[in-house]
Write a protein that binds this ligand. Structure first.
Ligand code: NAI
Length: 780
């Protein structure tokens, strides 16, 4: 068809981008690649082919890394790290800026290579993947520059192992490498086996930028190489990929002291209300589910439509689907390209063929005869429990059901184990902003979808993983507090061998759901003072008591909806009640611990309550200026139900240091009291009883932490576990936490001085909150 014919008929005409430059680059490299270690490409070894999924043609041969390759890469990164960190923020900023510039200079080459390797349409690689990757390096050049002034207490983690998937190969690399380098870390990155070529091209530009050797190392290979990185001597693992692999990594790193961030799958709801601009919402769906062939972790893959407009909306949608062009990814007129590999194509086809529920509509678009292509598909009339409504399909397949009321929309939207993103379409600002906070998701888009930017943190809740990438909040994943922690000392409880027993029963009960309650086991243990005097008995909580406490905490969910102002008043009041009984508490602490530090500890506890009362209405979110029409409101939300194993030392101050930040931010807590000195906590329960804290917001258990840690960490309805007790239960907790991929904050056997600044402040507030980025239209 000639251009004039196309002009006359307005028919589709091909607009192919040339692959010549990218293919020439591959040939220049000998079409065989080794790894990039210590600033050089290694000699290619045994490996595997990397293919173009649109044609099946072999693009290059890659090397499967061996254990020794991974070790060499980690060694190079380790050696380079101190110098890279000492270079300072400005020095690093200049390198990140140079990388951003080189990515810009070679934009077209990166875009075409990405298309050849991954199968995504050139329009997307050119206009989204590559510009966003550049933006990430620019943005983080700025973060490096500002690190010393804005994050004076933060330092690099060290060496980061980074494992990325195949859906956005270059962009995921940028998301991982840019913040790590900005904060002074060095990296060993493994691209996905299907799509390693742009990572290798990136290695080439690291050389061009004169990046110091060993700062960026790239090893290629499959999941076995990923496992080697996970078990290598690295300080952090950053992973993006499937929830199944994320869970394995959580288990494998448990107790190792390695920091971990996981960005996993999703089944994100796309909610269309009856007052929505339906045409825009249909167009949004093209971006939500057919962008990158639906191989997007935050894809709006679960369409929920308001019943009154459902039929009209489906009709418009089917109409639009018929106009989507499926074909050669290098064609600039193409909407839907190839899936990444025959394996993925089979996985999508199998999932869809196995489904018998609902009604399937398949776009009748012309399909290429070969290659990993799958037609745009819509399945309506599904039930919430149907497999396709629950499982991530990761292909161009949209599933749908209808709802009647906003409340029903929210409950359907949240009926998933995932919590990555959500989209809301409505012309009613009141409705949209009423729904956004109710959605269990790390990102909410209003009247738009799949928008991403380096300034707005990206990441999820529930089984979509933890940690954020991008924004100020993303830096937490690549830094740790300055200073070196000392190992915890085990505190032996006092013994009262031979002391007279007390004829009166003074067994302190557990505090669950606002009531003193006997332990399910019926057992208790004596608590002796330093002098050998019997001070009372403490109940021994068991897993049944943990379950009861979790249930009580869940029932108190209204607390999470209260205002910071209210929570502040209540915390002040708790402090006042404690102050009124300070002598009594001071004496109790002296009896429990020996010595005379009781009065000072009570005073510190009162101050701490005041600190978090102060923070309750001041730990605000941010508004991110994003270079897309709109702003992203980074809202701080409570994590939910937090289980905390409180420190052995400072039995009152430690307990309050865990409780107060958590409840100030709107969480409900289950606190396991100091193991050797539990009676300070049970006395404190009396203060809670007379305060205005609603029943179930704070629950206190006593007994060996070793018995409570595992049930708390495994419980599916607990959202986070903190562990500061004397026994190092990090491994048990982190492993059990893989159950629902809850967040953990554990001490790895290291001490914290509870009476100093490290016992309070932003680290606690950060652990007590999730950031939800709500993208709203704003301005022109
Ligand atoms: P995957 O999770 O296996 O692969 C992602 C990365 O992890 C790759 O680099 C891979 O080599 C590596 N890996 C695999 N096993 C590993 C292990 N045991 N230890 C360490 N690293 C390991 O994802 P896969 O199998 O390619 O895709 C399967 C499904 O996962 C998809 O259909 C989709 O549902 C989901 N997925 C989600 C992604 C996301 O962005 N959230 C990205 C890719 C896949």
């Amino acid at each position: 068809m000639t251009v004039s014919q196309i002009f006359e008929t307005m028919d589709y005409g091909k607009a192919p981008e040339s692959a010549a430059e990218a293919l020439a680059w591959l040939v220049d490299q000998g079409s065989r690649f080794g790894h990039f270690i210590d600033g050089e490409f290694t000699k290619p070894g045994d490996g595997f082919d990397s293919r173009n999924p649109a044609t099946g043609e072999v693009l290059a041969t890659l090397t499967q890394a061996t254990q020794s390759d991974v070790d060499t890469a980690v060694k190079a990164a380790r050696k380079a790290q101190p110098k890279w960190e000492k270079l300072g923020g400005h020095g690093r900023a200049r390198y990140l800026y140079a990388l951003a510039r080189l990515l810009q200079k070679h934009s077209r080459l990166f875009a075409v290579l990405e298309v050849l390797d991954n199968g995504k349409p050139i329009r997307e690689a050119r206009d989204i993947d590559v510009p966003l990757a550049q933006r990430h390096f620019y943005y983080h050049a700025g973060m490096a520059q500002l690190m010393e002034s804005e994050l004076p207490d933060a330092q690099a983690l060290g060496v980061c192992g980074q494992i990325i998937p195949w859906n956005f190969p270059l962009l995921m690399l940028a998301w991982k490498i840019a913040p790590a380098l900005a904060m002074g870390n060095t990296v060993v990155l493994k691209p996905a086996e299907y799509t390693s070529l742009t990572a290798l091209l990136f290695a080439d530009i690291c050389r061009q930028a004169g990046l110091p050797k060993g700062v960026v190392n790239i090893v290629t290979g499959d999941g076995a190489v990923g496992e080697m990185i996970v078990s290598a001597e690295v300080d952090k693992i950053a992973f993006t990929g499937s929830t199944a692999v994320g869970r394995r990594i959580r288990e494998a790193t448990a107790g190792s002291g390695k920091a971990l961030t996981l960005e996993l799958g999703g089944k994100s709801p796309y909610i269309v209300f009856d007052d929505a601009d339906l045409d825009s919402a249909v167009e949004g769906l093209v971006d939500a589910i057919w962008f990158n062939q639906g191989q997007v972790c935050c894809a709006g893959s679960r369409l929920l439509v308001h019943e009154p407009v459902a039929e009209a909306f489906y009709a418009k949608l089917r109409n639009r689907m018929e106009k989507l062009r499926v074909g050669d990814p290098l064609d600039k007129s193409i909407d839907v390209g190839a899936l990444v590999d025959p394996v993925q194509l089979k996985s999508v086809s199998d999932l869809v063929s196995a489904n018998t529920a609902g009604e399937r509509f398949t776009a009748t678009a012309a399909m290429p005869e070969q290659g990993c292509f799958y037609p745009p598909t819509l399945i309506t009339g599904l039930n919430p429990a149907d497999t396709l409504m629950q499982e991530e399909i990761f292909g161009p397949v949209l599933v749908s059901t209808t709802f009647r009321t906003p409340l029903e929309a929210v409950s359907l939207a949240n009926n998933t184990r995932y919590g990555l993103a959500a989209t809301v379409w409505s012309e009613n600002i009141n409705l949209a902003l009423d729904i956004a906070p109710k959605l269990a998701a790390g990102i909410v888009w209003i009247n738009g979808t799949n928008m991403m930017d380096a300034a707005a943190g990206f990441g999820g809740v529930r089984e979509s993983g933890f940690g954020r990438e991008g924004g100020w909040e993303g830096l937490a994943g690549y830094t740790r507090p300055k200073g070196t922690a000392k190992p915890l000392k085990y505190i032996e409880p006092f013994s009262g061998e031979g002391a007279p027993s007390d004829p009166i029963d003074r067994t302190a009960k557990l505090y669950i759901g606002g009531k003193q309650s006997r332990p399910d086991s019926g057992y208790s243990a004596p608590v002796w003072g330093k002098s050998g005097a019997l001070l009372g008995h403490a109940s021994l909580a068991s897993r049944k008591d943990v379950r009861n406490a979790v249930e009580a905490a869940h029932a108190a969910k209204g607390w999470s909806g209260t205002t910071g102002h209210l929570r502040a008043q209540i915390l002040y009041y708790v402090a006042e009640n404690l102050a009124a009984r300070s002598d009594e508490f001071a004496n109790r602490l002296n009896d429990l611990q020996g010595g005379k530090s009781g009065a000072a500890e009570v005073e510190a506890a009162i101050r701490r309550l005041f600190t978090y009362a102060a923070w309750a209405d001041k730990y605000d979110g941010q508004i991110h200026g994003v270079p897309i029409r709109g702003v992203a409101l980074a809202m701080k939300e409570p994590v939910g139900v937090i289980g905390a194993l409180c420190p052995a030392e400072a039995p009152l101050l430690g307990l309050i240091s865990c409780m107060a930040p958590a409840i100030a931010m709107g969480n409900r807590v289950i606190l396991a009291a100091s193991e050797p000195f539990p009676l300070a906590a049970t006395d404190f329960a009396q203060i809670l009883e007379t305060s205005d804290i609603p029943a179930g917001v704070v629950n206190i258990l006593t007994g060996p932490h070793a018995d409570l840690a595992e049930p708390l960490a495994r419980h599916m309805d607990v959202d986070a576990v903190w562990s500061f007790g004397a026994a190092d239960l990090s491994a048990v907790i982190e492993k059990a936490a893989a159950s629902n991929l809850k967040r953990t904050w554990v001490n790895h056997g290291m001490a914290r001085n509870w009476s100093e600044a490290e016992g309070e402040g932003r680290a606690f507030l950060q652990a007590a909150t999730e950031v939800k980025n709500v993208w709203i239209p704003y301005g022109e």
